[in-house]
Design a protein around this ligand. Structure first.
Ligand SMILES: [Zn+2]
Ligand SMILES: [Zn+2]
Length: 345
């Protein structure tokens, strides 16, 4: 009997995963990303290309320059959109036809097709550069769109884990200034996640301890709907903060509307305070929720708190950080929290 799905040869420039057996690191080799648009490439001469709308693929009016949206807010196509989630035109993980894997894996045990989903979350129709510029209700809609998209992907048996991450500013890796984030779903669980899951599996009260320590030391910066914004015990940079619910909840995509509103409001509050403390600072954030379904051990599923880690990029990672995985910061966690709270006073 022949295979019902013809095996397709991967295109030579399709993204591939390369595994480093020494470190356990995974590298995505994605040649097509070299062609992605970059703010730095736009014409220097103002002339006829002076308005962002002339060159920015994310601006309202340029919808033809991105693939059709998976989701948009508001959902009614007759109304002007405020945010959209679209497939990334330069993905580092792509939907691979069935049958391709076997052929590729035979070629080398250390490389295979990078199967997954890579979307862009366009967070405003206007050419805004900061989260602080978005109306509070529109910003809540952005987080609800992300929750819905994660929920859509969570039911797929071929995907293991997903995240949302933001690169804000060139020092944080942003290539376009128009406000956006990215959503990625993969068919494996990355090593950083595996390490966090193993830690919670060993010590189920870990997140409760993080919150209790922050309560005790006065490092809870803000709180809404039982979701806290805190400075952790070991911040990698001044003003690093985490947002997480006080009670266990493995999946952000299954959280309540009140908590979706809370993460939206707390991220806006944080960006506003960071901007007051260090005007123009660049930062990353990323969501750590558990692998989909029952892929994580039962102990971790019972004890996990989804969390958003927010990392300002006030100094760059250098040789020591890369050599050791350790970080050096000039500001204590208590002082970081105190300044974040004073900025709102
Ligand atoms: Zn734009
Ligand atoms: Zn984490």
């Amino acid at each position: 009997m022949s295979d019902p799905v013809p095996a397709a040869d991967p295109a030579p420039d399709d993204p591939r995963l390369h595994h480093d057996p020494v470190s356990g690191r995974t590298v995505f080799v994605a040649p097509r990303r070299a062609a992605r648009p970059h703010d730095a490439d736009r014409p220097a001469d103002a002339g006829t290309m002076s308005a962002p709308r002339d060159w920015c693929p994310f601006c309202v009016g340029n919808e033809h320059r991105t693939p059709p949206a998976w989701l948009r807010s508001p959902p009614d196509a007759g109304k002007q959109w405020r945010s959209r989630i679209v497939p990334n035109l330069y993905p580092f993980a792509v939907e691979c036809p069935l049958g391709r894997e076997a052929a590729v894996e035979q070629a080398s045990p250390l490389t295979r097709s990078a199967h997954g989903v890579h979307d862009v979350v366009i967070e405003s129709a206007a050419h805004e550069r900061t989260v602080a510029a978005v109306a509070a209700d529109a910003w809540r809609d952005v987080w609800e769109l992300c929750r819905q998209r994660l929920e859509m992907l969570a039911g797929r048996s071929d995907l293991a884990w997903a995240t949302i991450f933001k690169n804000s500013g060139p020092q944080a890796g942003a290539s376009l200034e128009h406000l956006h984030s990215q959503l990625v779903a993969l068919d494996f669980v990355p090593s950083v996640m595996q390490a966090e899951i193993a830690a919670v599996d060993r010590t189920p009260g870990l997140f409760a301890d993080v919150i209790a320590a922050a309560d005790c030391a006065g490092r809870i910066v803000a709180e809404q709907a039982d979701v806290v914004l805190l400075v952790p015990d070991a911040p990698r940079q001044p003003f690093e903060a985490w947002i997480l619910p006080r009670t266990t909840e493995p999946f952000f995509h299954a959280t309540s509307p009140a908590r979706v509103a809370a993460i939206a409001d707390l991220t806006q509050l944080y960006v506003d305070r960071l901007e007051q403390l260090v005007p123009g600072s660049h930062f990353n954030w990323w969501l750590h929720q558990l692998p989909f379904g029952t892929r994580a051990p039962a102990t971790a599923r019972a004890a996990w708190h989804w969390h958003l880690e927010i990392l300002p990029r006030l100094s760059s990672f250098a040789g020591f950080e890369l050599a050791t995985g350790c970080h050096i910061t000039p500001l204590s966690p208590d002082e970081s929290a105190a300044r974040l709270m004073q900025a709102g006073a």
